[in-house]
Design a protein around this ligand. Structure first.
Ligand SMILES: NC(=O)c1ccc[n+]([C@@H]2O[C@H](COP(=O)([O-])OP(=O)(O)OC[C@H]3O[C@@H](n4cnc5c(N)ncnc54)[C@H](OP(=O)(O)O)[C@@H]3O)[C@@H](O)[C@H]2O)c1
Length: 306
């Protein structure tokens, strides 16, 4: 039997259980992956709590999880180019990767590079594709000054590095505990809270060219106040501001392909991208993993080991 995370109603982490389910079987064009590492993401907690019911309703019983890395243990009809035993990374769109086994279409997995850790491989999909899309959306050019809110979180830690790789001057909004890490990447950290606009102006006296908001309330307004053009503001967390100000909302859905995941994996192996792993939990401790994530101050990724 497989072990899978399930919840039967909206609620806090207490509704999460790990239950037994029949071993999944690969249908045509699918593979079964025995999951070694699966990242967790704030959106999963928002779906579980019911916060996203209008846009992403849950049907019960619900599983959860998109990110995954593991070993192929089953192959469906018509699958070629992948063999039992292969180490892969990828994603499911079925809210199902927080489990010992998951069935995925073969085009949603790619070989895990040998030099890539399981924890990073299993964390790259949501955060990586979101970071990729957010960076692309603001059209960064060398010499630009770009502000990033939530700069050291799961998505932010990748966004700031992708921007630095394009010779952008990056101002990262983060708690003081993350400032040293941001500085080590050549990012100028500023602390959130009262007086933030003045701190950014003092840090960027020639102005701000673009703004990537990875946190939500008030940051799009701040970007407008700083004089950034709406088509160079991207938010992945404040959708009301999109309608109000005509800013962009390009995130995971704008780049959710295996090619993007593989490209990011290659950058990690080449030493061009670091994915900080904040914590690792066994699947049985899924409630504790989400409790930590939902404190809202994770640096990098939290990973489940099914
Ligand atoms: N639309 C999409 O496609 C999409 C995709 C992925 C994620 N998201 C959303 O994007 C957000 C970020 O996701 P994530 O995975 O990066 O989350 P995360 O790993 O939990 O990181 C959250 C970060 O927010 C920072 N933070 C806390 N209080 C802050 C404040 N007042 N101002 C600025 N930053 C603050 C924390 O930094 P400190 O530790 O420095 O306080 C932490 O690093 C979530 O709301 C998530 O649901 C959307």
């Amino acid at each position: 039997m497989a072990q899978v995370v399930r919840f039967d109603r909206y609620g806090d982490v207490d509704v999460l259980d790990v239950v037994e389910a029949p071993d999944p079987v690969a249908g045509p064009g699918q593979v079964v992956v025995q999951v070694v590492a699966a990242g967790i993401n704030p959106g999963e907690g928002k779906i579980r709590s019911g916060l996203l019911h209008e846009v992403f309703p849950a049907t019960f019983p619900s599983g959860q999880g998109s990110d995954l890395a593991g070993r192929v243990v089953g192959i469906g009809e018509g699958v070629s180019g992948v063999a039992v035993g292969d180490e892969v990374l990828g994603f499911t769109n079925e809210r199902a990767s927080h489990a010992t086994h998951v069935v995925v279409p073969v085009e949603q997995v790619a070989p895990k590079p040998a030099g890539l850790s399981w924890d990073v491989a299993g964390s790259l999909f949501v955060a990586g594709t979101t970071a990729f899309a957010a960076v692309r959306s603001v059209r960064p050019e060398a010499g630009d000054t770009i502000v990033v809110s939530g700069a050291a979180g799961g998505v932010g830690s990748l966004v700031v590095q992708l921007l630095r790789a394009r010779d952008v001057t990056v101002i990262g909004i983060a708690g003081t505990g993350n400032h040293e890490w941001l500085r080590s990447l050549g990012v100028t950290p500023v602390t959130y809270g009262d007086g933030l606009a003045d701190r950014i102006r003092a840090t960027a006296p020639d102005g701000v060219d673009a703004f990537i908001d990875l946190y939500g309330p008030d940051y799009v307004e701040l970007a407008i106040e700083l004089g950034v053009q709406p088509d160079r503001i991207d938010t992945i967390a404040d959708f009301a501001a999109v309608a109000k100000y005509g800013v962009k909302a390009e995130g995971n859905g704008a780049a959710d392909t295996i090619d993007v995941v593989s490209e990011l994996a290659d950058q990690v192996v080449a030493g061009k991208l670091e994915v900080p792993v904040a914590a690792v939990y066994p699947l049985a401790d899924v409630r504790a993993a989400f409790t930590e994530l939902e404190h809202g101050h994770t640096h990098g990724k939290i990973v489940l080991h099914p």
